[in-house]
Design a protein around this ligand. Structure first.
Ligand code: HAM
Length: 433
Protein backbone atom coordinates (compact mmCIF):
# COMPACT_ATOMS: atom_id res chain seq x y z
CA UNK A 1 0.00 0.00 0.00
CA UNK A 2 1.39 3.40 -0.90
CA UNK A 3 1.86 5.80 2.01
CA UNK A 4 -0.18 8.56 0.50
CA UNK A 5 -3.86 7.81 0.16
CA UNK A 6 -7.09 9.71 -0.44
CA UNK A 7 -8.52 10.87 2.91
CA UNK A 8 -10.90 8.49 4.67
CA UNK A 9 -14.44 8.99 3.47
CA UNK A 10 -13.38 10.34 0.07
CA UNK A 11 -12.92 8.49 -3.20
CA UNK A 12 -11.16 8.99 -6.48
CA UNK A 13 -13.58 8.74 -9.38
CA UNK A 14 -11.59 6.71 -11.88
CA UNK A 15 -12.04 6.84 -15.66
CA UNK A 16 -13.90 3.52 -15.54
CA UNK A 17 -16.43 5.13 -13.17
CA UNK A 18 -16.75 8.64 -14.53
CA UNK A 19 -19.05 7.84 -17.48
CA UNK A 20 -21.77 6.89 -14.99
CA UNK A 21 -21.19 10.18 -13.16
CA UNK A 22 -21.20 12.19 -16.36
CA UNK A 23 -24.50 10.57 -17.25
CA UNK A 24 -26.09 11.63 -13.93
CA UNK A 25 -24.66 15.14 -14.18
CA UNK A 26 -26.12 15.47 -17.68
CA UNK A 27 -29.50 14.17 -16.52
CA UNK A 28 -29.42 16.73 -13.71
CA UNK A 29 -28.52 19.59 -16.05
CA UNK A 30 -31.20 18.56 -18.59
CA UNK A 31 -33.85 18.23 -15.93
CA UNK A 32 -33.02 21.59 -14.35
CA UNK A 33 -33.19 23.26 -17.77
CA UNK A 34 -36.51 21.57 -18.61
CA UNK A 35 -38.04 22.88 -15.38
CA UNK A 36 -36.59 26.36 -15.75
CA UNK A 37 -33.91 26.19 -13.05
CA UNK A 38 -30.77 28.12 -13.96
CA UNK A 39 -27.28 27.09 -13.01
CA UNK A 40 -25.55 28.78 -10.11
CA UNK A 41 -22.14 28.05 -8.60
CA UNK A 42 -21.11 29.19 -5.15
CA UNK A 43 -17.72 28.74 -3.45
CA UNK A 44 -16.83 25.40 -1.91
CA UNK A 45 -16.15 27.30 1.30
CA UNK A 46 -18.02 30.12 2.98
CA UNK A 47 -17.86 32.09 6.19
CA UNK A 48 -18.74 29.52 8.84
CA UNK A 49 -21.54 31.84 9.97
CA UNK A 50 -23.44 31.10 6.75
CA UNK A 51 -23.83 27.50 7.93
CA UNK A 52 -23.99 28.21 11.66
CA UNK A 53 -26.87 30.61 11.15
CA UNK A 54 -28.40 28.92 8.12
CA UNK A 55 -28.24 25.20 8.84
CA UNK A 56 -28.37 25.81 12.62
CA UNK A 57 -25.70 25.87 15.31
CA UNK A 58 -27.10 22.87 17.23
CA UNK A 59 -27.49 20.53 14.25
CA UNK A 60 -25.20 17.52 13.79
CA UNK A 61 -24.09 19.00 10.47
CA UNK A 62 -22.65 22.12 12.13
CA UNK A 63 -21.79 20.83 15.60
CA UNK A 64 -20.08 17.60 14.64
CA UNK A 65 -19.56 17.46 10.89
CA UNK A 66 -18.42 20.88 9.71
CA UNK A 67 -14.96 20.95 8.10
CA UNK A 68 -13.59 24.17 9.50
CA UNK A 69 -10.71 25.77 7.64
CA UNK A 70 -7.74 26.95 9.64
CA UNK A 71 -6.32 29.95 7.74
CA UNK A 72 -2.53 30.15 7.40
CA UNK A 73 -2.37 33.61 8.86
CA UNK A 74 -4.24 35.42 11.58
CA UNK A 75 -7.48 36.37 9.89
CA UNK A 76 -10.65 37.45 11.51
CA UNK A 77 -12.72 35.27 9.18
CA UNK A 78 -13.72 31.78 10.12
CA UNK A 79 -14.43 29.59 7.14
CA UNK A 80 -15.84 26.14 6.56
CA UNK A 81 -16.25 23.78 3.61
CA UNK A 82 -19.87 23.70 2.51
CA UNK A 83 -21.78 20.80 4.06
CA UNK A 84 -24.77 21.55 1.81
CA UNK A 85 -25.60 24.10 -0.88
CA UNK A 86 -28.80 25.80 0.29
CA UNK A 87 -27.31 28.23 2.81
CA UNK A 88 -24.64 29.38 0.32
CA UNK A 89 -27.19 29.81 -2.47
CA UNK A 90 -29.42 31.87 -0.21
CA UNK A 91 -26.39 33.95 0.83
CA UNK A 92 -25.72 34.59 -2.87
CA UNK A 93 -29.40 35.43 -3.50
CA UNK A 94 -29.20 38.14 -0.84
CA UNK A 95 -25.71 39.38 -1.75
CA UNK A 96 -26.58 39.86 -5.42
CA UNK A 97 -29.95 41.49 -4.83
CA UNK A 98 -31.90 38.69 -6.50
CA UNK A 99 -34.99 39.87 -4.60
CA UNK A 100 -35.36 42.47 -7.34
CA UNK A 101 -35.64 39.81 -10.07
CA UNK A 102 -38.99 38.29 -11.03
CA UNK A 103 -39.82 35.77 -8.30
CA UNK A 104 -39.37 32.94 -7.75
CA UNK A 105 -35.70 32.77 -8.64
CA UNK A 106 -35.11 29.18 -9.66
CA UNK A 107 -31.56 27.94 -9.24
CA UNK A 108 -29.76 24.62 -9.70
CA UNK A 109 -26.34 23.31 -8.76
CA UNK A 110 -24.46 20.02 -8.89
CA UNK A 111 -21.26 19.66 -6.91
CA UNK A 112 -19.35 18.25 -3.97
CA UNK A 113 -20.36 18.78 -0.33
CA UNK A 114 -18.29 18.01 2.78
CA UNK A 115 -19.37 16.51 6.09
CA UNK A 116 -17.04 15.03 8.66
CA UNK A 117 -19.34 12.11 9.36
CA UNK A 118 -18.39 8.52 10.21
CA UNK A 119 -17.70 6.99 6.78
CA UNK A 120 -19.67 3.90 5.75
CA UNK A 121 -21.37 2.56 2.63
CA UNK A 122 -23.29 5.45 1.10
CA UNK A 123 -21.93 7.95 3.63
CA UNK A 124 -18.87 9.89 2.61
CA UNK A 125 -16.98 12.93 3.79
CA UNK A 126 -17.02 14.33 0.27
CA UNK A 127 -20.18 13.55 -1.65
CA UNK A 128 -22.08 15.01 -4.58
CA UNK A 129 -25.50 16.60 -4.61
CA UNK A 130 -27.84 17.76 -7.33
CA UNK A 131 -29.66 20.69 -5.77
CA UNK A 132 -32.51 22.92 -6.90
CA UNK A 133 -33.96 25.92 -5.10
CA UNK A 134 -37.04 28.05 -5.85
CA UNK A 135 -36.72 31.24 -3.83
CA UNK A 136 -39.57 33.72 -3.54
CA UNK A 137 -42.68 31.55 -3.90
CA UNK A 138 -44.73 30.65 -0.82
CA UNK A 139 -46.25 27.60 -2.53
CA UNK A 140 -48.03 25.22 -2.28
CA UNK A 141 -47.93 24.49 -6.04
CA UNK A 142 -44.16 24.98 -6.31
CA UNK A 143 -43.70 22.51 -3.42
CA UNK A 144 -45.41 19.84 -5.52
CA UNK A 145 -43.44 20.87 -8.61
CA UNK A 146 -40.12 20.39 -6.80
CA UNK A 147 -41.14 17.07 -5.25
CA UNK A 148 -42.20 15.88 -8.70
CA UNK A 149 -38.92 17.12 -10.22
CA UNK A 150 -36.96 14.93 -7.79
CA UNK A 151 -39.20 12.02 -8.60
CA UNK A 152 -38.63 12.60 -12.32
CA UNK A 153 -34.86 12.51 -11.83
CA UNK A 154 -35.08 8.95 -10.51
CA UNK A 155 -37.31 7.96 -13.42
CA UNK A 156 -34.90 9.54 -15.94
CA UNK A 157 -31.97 7.74 -14.31
CA UNK A 158 -33.80 4.41 -14.56
CA UNK A 159 -33.98 3.80 -10.79
CA UNK A 160 -37.02 1.78 -9.72
CA UNK A 161 -38.91 1.57 -6.40
CA UNK A 162 -38.23 5.08 -5.11
CA UNK A 163 -40.78 6.23 -2.56
CA UNK A 164 -41.57 9.76 -1.50
CA UNK A 165 -41.98 10.40 2.22
CA UNK A 166 -43.85 13.59 3.03
CA UNK A 167 -44.53 15.60 6.14
CA UNK A 168 -45.22 19.12 7.32
CA UNK A 169 -43.20 20.36 10.27
CA UNK A 170 -45.26 23.50 10.85
CA UNK A 171 -43.93 27.02 11.25
CA UNK A 172 -43.04 29.58 13.89
CA UNK A 173 -46.74 29.92 14.75
CA UNK A 174 -47.43 26.28 15.61
CA UNK A 175 -44.12 24.44 16.05
CA UNK A 176 -43.02 25.89 19.42
CA UNK A 177 -46.21 24.69 21.13
CA UNK A 178 -45.89 21.28 19.45
CA UNK A 179 -42.29 20.96 20.61
CA UNK A 180 -43.44 21.64 24.17
CA UNK A 181 -46.08 18.91 23.86
CA UNK A 182 -43.47 16.58 22.38
CA UNK A 183 -40.96 17.27 25.16
CA UNK A 184 -43.68 16.68 27.76
CA UNK A 185 -44.21 13.24 26.20
CA UNK A 186 -40.56 12.24 26.68
CA UNK A 187 -39.72 14.09 29.89
CA UNK A 188 -41.21 11.56 32.36
CA UNK A 189 -38.88 8.98 30.75
CA UNK A 190 -35.82 11.22 30.67
CA UNK A 191 -33.84 9.09 33.15
CA UNK A 192 -34.23 5.97 30.96
CA UNK A 193 -33.26 7.67 27.69
CA UNK A 194 -29.86 6.97 26.10
CA UNK A 195 -27.48 9.87 26.79
CA UNK A 196 -27.63 11.21 23.20
CA UNK A 197 -31.41 11.30 23.27
CA UNK A 198 -31.50 12.90 26.72
CA UNK A 199 -29.37 15.68 25.34
CA UNK A 200 -31.67 16.02 22.35
CA UNK A 201 -34.63 16.31 24.70
CA UNK A 202 -32.98 19.39 26.17
CA UNK A 203 -31.68 21.00 22.97
CA UNK A 204 -33.67 19.77 19.96
CA UNK A 205 -36.65 17.62 20.98
CA UNK A 206 -37.89 17.36 17.37
CA UNK A 207 -34.82 15.28 16.53
CA UNK A 208 -35.96 12.61 18.99
CA UNK A 209 -38.48 11.50 16.37
CA UNK A 210 -35.57 10.79 14.05
CA UNK A 211 -33.70 8.60 16.54
CA UNK A 212 -31.93 5.51 15.19
CA UNK A 213 -31.84 3.90 18.64
CA UNK A 214 -34.19 0.89 18.70
CA UNK A 215 -34.91 1.47 22.40
CA UNK A 216 -36.66 4.69 21.37
CA UNK A 217 -39.19 2.96 19.11
CA UNK A 218 -42.00 2.44 21.69
CA UNK A 219 -41.85 6.04 22.92
CA UNK A 220 -41.63 7.37 19.37
CA UNK A 221 -44.62 5.29 18.28
CA UNK A 222 -46.84 6.97 20.87
CA UNK A 223 -45.39 10.49 20.45
CA UNK A 224 -47.80 13.26 19.52
CA UNK A 225 -47.79 13.90 15.78
CA UNK A 226 -46.92 17.28 14.42
CA UNK A 227 -49.58 16.99 11.75
CA UNK A 228 -52.19 16.90 14.56
CA UNK A 229 -50.81 20.20 15.86
CA UNK A 230 -50.50 22.33 12.73
CA UNK A 231 -52.01 25.82 12.79
CA UNK A 232 -54.75 26.63 10.26
CA UNK A 233 -52.51 28.15 7.55
CA UNK A 234 -49.94 25.28 7.81
CA UNK A 235 -52.74 22.70 7.65
CA UNK A 236 -54.21 24.37 4.58
CA UNK A 237 -50.78 24.56 2.93
CA UNK A 238 -50.05 20.90 3.63
CA UNK A 239 -53.44 19.77 2.30
CA UNK A 240 -52.89 21.81 -0.86
CA UNK A 241 -49.40 20.32 -1.43
CA UNK A 242 -50.93 16.85 -1.24
CA UNK A 243 -53.78 17.83 -3.59
CA UNK A 244 -51.26 19.16 -6.13
CA UNK A 245 -49.19 15.98 -5.94
CA UNK A 246 -52.33 13.90 -6.42
CA UNK A 247 -53.26 16.02 -9.44
CA UNK A 248 -49.79 15.30 -10.89
CA UNK A 249 -50.27 11.58 -10.24
CA UNK A 250 -47.28 11.49 -7.88
CA UNK A 251 -47.63 8.94 -5.10
CA UNK A 252 -46.29 9.63 -1.62
CA UNK A 253 -46.65 8.34 1.89
CA UNK A 254 -47.27 10.54 4.90
CA UNK A 255 -44.52 10.16 7.50
CA UNK A 256 -45.25 12.19 10.64
CA UNK A 257 -41.84 11.26 12.08
CA UNK A 258 -39.91 12.87 9.21
CA UNK A 259 -38.23 15.96 10.67
CA UNK A 260 -35.01 16.52 8.62
CA UNK A 261 -31.64 17.31 10.15
CA UNK A 262 -31.33 20.98 9.26
CA UNK A 263 -32.90 23.80 11.24
CA UNK A 264 -34.07 26.00 8.40
CA UNK A 265 -37.13 23.98 7.45
CA UNK A 266 -40.71 25.12 7.81
CA UNK A 267 -43.86 23.36 6.65
CA UNK A 268 -43.21 20.95 3.74
CA UNK A 269 -40.48 18.34 4.37
CA UNK A 270 -39.82 15.31 2.18
CA UNK A 271 -37.32 12.55 1.47
CA UNK A 272 -36.80 9.91 -1.19
CA UNK A 273 -36.05 6.33 -0.19
CA UNK A 274 -35.65 3.05 -1.94
CA UNK A 275 -38.55 0.84 -0.95
CA UNK A 276 -37.66 -0.91 2.32
CA UNK A 277 -34.50 1.11 3.03
CA UNK A 278 -35.96 3.83 5.25
CA UNK A 279 -34.69 2.38 8.54
CA UNK A 280 -31.10 2.56 7.36
CA UNK A 281 -31.02 6.33 7.17
CA UNK A 282 -30.09 6.06 3.55
CA UNK A 283 -32.21 8.77 1.99
CA UNK A 284 -31.46 9.20 -1.70
CA UNK A 285 -32.46 12.82 -1.38
CA UNK A 286 -34.52 15.23 0.59
CA UNK A 287 -35.67 18.78 0.86
CA UNK A 288 -38.28 21.13 2.09
CA UNK A 289 -39.51 24.64 2.59
CA UNK A 290 -37.39 27.24 4.37
CA UNK A 291 -39.55 30.34 4.67
CA UNK A 292 -37.37 31.92 7.38
CA UNK A 293 -33.91 31.35 5.89
CA UNK A 294 -33.51 34.45 3.71
CA UNK A 295 -34.38 36.67 6.66
CA UNK A 296 -32.13 34.66 8.99
CA UNK A 297 -29.17 35.32 6.69
CA UNK A 298 -29.90 39.04 6.50
CA UNK A 299 -32.35 39.44 3.61
CA UNK A 300 -35.97 40.57 3.46
CA UNK A 301 -38.50 37.93 4.58
CA UNK A 302 -38.76 35.64 1.53
CA UNK A 303 -40.16 32.12 1.26
CA UNK A 304 -38.24 29.32 -0.43
CA UNK A 305 -38.17 25.61 -1.08
CA UNK A 306 -35.64 23.20 -2.54
CA UNK A 307 -34.23 19.73 -2.65
CA UNK A 308 -30.89 17.95 -2.69
CA UNK A 309 -30.36 14.54 -4.24
CA UNK A 310 -27.37 12.43 -3.20
CA UNK A 311 -25.65 11.33 -6.42
CA UNK A 312 -23.28 8.88 -4.66
CA UNK A 313 -26.18 6.95 -3.16
CA UNK A 314 -28.16 7.09 -6.38
CA UNK A 315 -25.22 5.55 -8.26
CA UNK A 316 -24.89 2.78 -5.66
CA UNK A 317 -28.62 2.09 -6.00
CA UNK A 318 -28.41 2.02 -9.80
CA UNK A 319 -25.53 -0.47 -9.57
CA UNK A 320 -27.47 -2.62 -7.09
CA UNK A 321 -30.45 -2.67 -9.47
CA UNK A 322 -28.20 -3.65 -12.35
CA UNK A 323 -28.94 -0.55 -14.42
CA UNK A 324 -26.11 -0.66 -16.98
CA UNK A 325 -23.57 2.10 -16.46
CA UNK A 326 -23.11 4.51 -19.30
CA UNK A 327 -20.64 3.32 -21.92
CA UNK A 328 -17.23 4.92 -22.13
CA UNK A 329 -17.23 7.06 -25.22
CA UNK A 330 -15.26 4.89 -27.65
CA UNK A 331 -12.27 6.27 -29.46
CA UNK A 332 -13.10 6.39 -33.17
CA UNK A 333 -9.66 6.23 -34.77
CA UNK A 334 -6.10 5.35 -33.85
CA UNK A 335 -3.42 6.61 -36.19
CA UNK A 336 -0.64 4.01 -36.46
CA UNK A 337 2.46 3.44 -38.60
CA UNK A 338 5.51 1.20 -39.03
CA UNK A 339 8.09 4.00 -39.18
CA UNK A 340 9.19 4.94 -35.65
CA UNK A 341 10.49 8.28 -36.95
CA UNK A 342 7.13 9.34 -38.45
CA UNK A 343 5.44 10.51 -35.24
CA UNK A 344 4.97 14.02 -36.66
CA UNK A 345 3.05 12.60 -39.66
CA UNK A 346 0.84 10.52 -37.38
CA UNK A 347 0.18 13.52 -35.13
CA UNK A 348 -0.75 15.59 -38.20
CA UNK A 349 -3.27 12.98 -39.35
CA UNK A 350 -4.76 12.76 -35.84
CA UNK A 351 -5.03 16.55 -35.78
CA UNK A 352 -6.89 16.56 -39.10
CA UNK A 353 -9.40 14.06 -37.69
CA UNK A 354 -9.80 15.91 -34.39
CA UNK A 355 -10.37 19.19 -36.23
CA UNK A 356 -13.22 17.46 -38.03
CA UNK A 357 -14.68 16.44 -34.64
CA UNK A 358 -13.57 12.80 -34.86
CA UNK A 359 -12.08 11.39 -31.62
CA UNK A 360 -8.60 10.16 -32.52
CA UNK A 361 -5.37 9.09 -30.86
CA UNK A 362 -1.97 8.94 -32.58
CA UNK A 363 0.52 6.22 -31.74
CA UNK A 364 3.55 8.16 -30.55
CA UNK A 365 5.68 5.32 -29.24
CA UNK A 366 8.18 3.01 -30.91
CA UNK A 367 6.14 -0.20 -30.89
CA UNK A 368 5.87 -2.57 -33.83
CA UNK A 369 2.90 -2.00 -36.15
CA UNK A 370 1.30 -5.31 -35.08
CA UNK A 371 1.33 -4.22 -31.41
CA UNK A 372 -0.08 -0.83 -32.34
CA UNK A 373 -2.99 -2.46 -34.17
CA UNK A 374 -3.55 -4.83 -31.27
CA UNK A 375 -3.91 -2.04 -28.76
CA UNK A 376 -6.16 -0.08 -31.14
CA UNK A 377 -8.48 -3.10 -31.23
CA UNK A 378 -8.31 -3.44 -27.42
CA UNK A 379 -9.33 0.18 -27.05
CA UNK A 380 -12.29 -0.63 -29.27
CA UNK A 381 -11.31 2.00 -31.79
CA UNK A 382 -13.45 1.71 -34.89
CA UNK A 383 -10.69 2.55 -37.37
CA UNK A 384 -6.95 2.23 -37.60
CA UNK A 385 -5.46 4.83 -39.91
CA UNK A 386 -2.14 3.46 -41.14
CA UNK A 387 0.45 6.05 -42.10
CA UNK A 388 2.87 4.32 -44.49
CA UNK A 389 4.68 4.81 -47.79
CA UNK A 390 1.53 6.21 -49.46
CA UNK A 391 1.66 9.18 -47.12
CA UNK A 392 4.13 10.87 -49.50
CA UNK A 393 1.34 10.80 -52.15
CA UNK A 394 -1.21 12.23 -49.72
CA UNK A 395 -2.83 8.90 -48.92
CA UNK A 396 -3.29 6.56 -45.94
CA UNK A 397 -4.71 3.08 -45.40
CA UNK A 398 -7.94 3.02 -43.38
CA UNK A 399 -8.69 -0.28 -41.70
CA UNK A 400 -12.19 -0.77 -40.37
CA UNK A 401 -11.45 -2.75 -37.21
CA UNK A 402 -15.06 -3.83 -36.84
CA UNK A 403 -15.83 -4.80 -40.44
CA UNK A 404 -12.27 -5.93 -41.23
CA UNK A 405 -12.07 -4.10 -44.57
CA UNK A 406 -9.09 -1.93 -45.55
CA UNK A 407 -9.00 0.90 -48.09
CA UNK A 408 -6.60 3.46 -49.48
CA UNK A 409 -8.01 6.93 -48.84
CA UNK A 410 -6.77 10.40 -49.79
CA UNK A 411 -5.92 12.43 -46.66
CA UNK A 412 -8.05 15.27 -47.99
CA UNK A 413 -10.97 12.83 -47.96
CA UNK A 414 -10.12 11.04 -44.71
CA UNK A 415 -12.56 12.66 -42.29
CA UNK A 416 -15.46 12.41 -44.74
CA UNK A 417 -14.61 8.77 -45.45
CA UNK A 418 -14.63 7.87 -41.75
CA UNK A 419 -17.87 9.72 -41.11
CA UNK A 420 -19.55 7.97 -44.04
CA UNK A 421 -18.26 4.55 -43.00
CA UNK A 422 -19.47 5.15 -39.45
CA UNK A 423 -22.92 6.17 -40.61
CA UNK A 424 -23.31 3.21 -42.96
CA UNK A 425 -22.19 0.75 -40.28
CA UNK A 426 -24.48 2.51 -37.77
CA UNK A 427 -21.54 2.56 -35.41
CA UNK A 428 -22.17 6.17 -34.51
CA UNK A 429 -23.39 5.20 -31.03
CA UNK A 430 -20.83 4.50 -28.33
CA UNK A 431 -19.85 0.84 -28.18
CA UNK A 432 -21.56 -1.00 -25.28
CA UNK A 433 -19.11 -2.46 -22.80
P1 HAM B 1 -29.72 16.56 3.22
O1 HAM B 1 -30.88 15.68 3.52
O2 HAM B 1 -28.81 16.87 4.34
O3 HAM B 1 -30.36 17.90 2.65
O4 HAM B 1 -28.88 15.99 2.02
C1 HAM B 1 -29.49 15.65 0.79
C2 HAM B 1 -29.00 14.30 0.32
O5 HAM B 1 -27.58 14.29 0.22
C3 HAM B 1 -29.29 13.15 1.27
O6 HAM B 1 -30.62 12.68 1.12
C4 HAM B 1 -28.27 12.12 0.82
O7 HAM B 1 -28.73 11.42 -0.33
C5 HAM B 1 -27.10 12.98 0.43
N1 HAM B 1 -26.11 12.95 1.51
C6 HAM B 1 -26.12 13.67 2.66
N2 HAM B 1 -25.03 13.39 3.41
C7 HAM B 1 -24.31 12.47 2.72
C8 HAM B 1 -23.07 11.79 2.95
N3 HAM B 1 -22.34 12.02 4.05
N4 HAM B 1 -22.64 10.92 2.01
C9 HAM B 1 -23.35 10.70 0.88
N5 HAM B 1 -24.52 11.31 0.60
C10 HAM B 1 -25.00 12.19 1.50
C11 HAM B 1 -29.64 18.98 2.25
O8 HAM B 1 -28.45 18.99 2.13
C12 HAM B 1 -30.50 20.16 1.90
N6 HAM B 1 -29.61 21.27 1.46
C13 HAM B 1 -31.52 19.84 0.83
C14 HAM B 1 -32.35 21.03 0.49
C15 HAM B 1 -32.19 21.83 -0.59
N7 HAM B 1 -33.34 21.52 1.21
C16 HAM B 1 -33.82 22.60 0.64
N8 HAM B 1 -33.12 22.82 -0.44
Amino acid sequence: MPNLQAPRGTRDLLPSQTPAWTRLERLAADLAARYGYRRIETPLFEQAAVFERGVGAVTDIVEKELFRIAPRTEESESWALRPEPTAGIVRAYIQHGMQTLPQPVKLAMTGPMFRHDRPQAGRYRQFWQFDVEAIGDPGPAVDAEIIELGHRFFADAGLADVRIHLNSIGDAACRPAYIETLAAHYRPHAAELPAVERERLERAPLRLLDSKDPSMAPLNATAPRITDHLCGPCREHFDAVQAHLAALGVEFSLEPGLVRGLDYYTRTAFEYYLEGRQGQQQALGGGGRYDGLVELLGGKPTPGIGLGLGLDRILLALEAQGVPPAADPALTAVVVGADPAATADRLRVATILRSAGIPARAELGQRKLGKQLESAAKERAHFAVIVGDEFADGQVQVKDLEAGAQKLVAIADLARHIERAQASHRHGAPVER
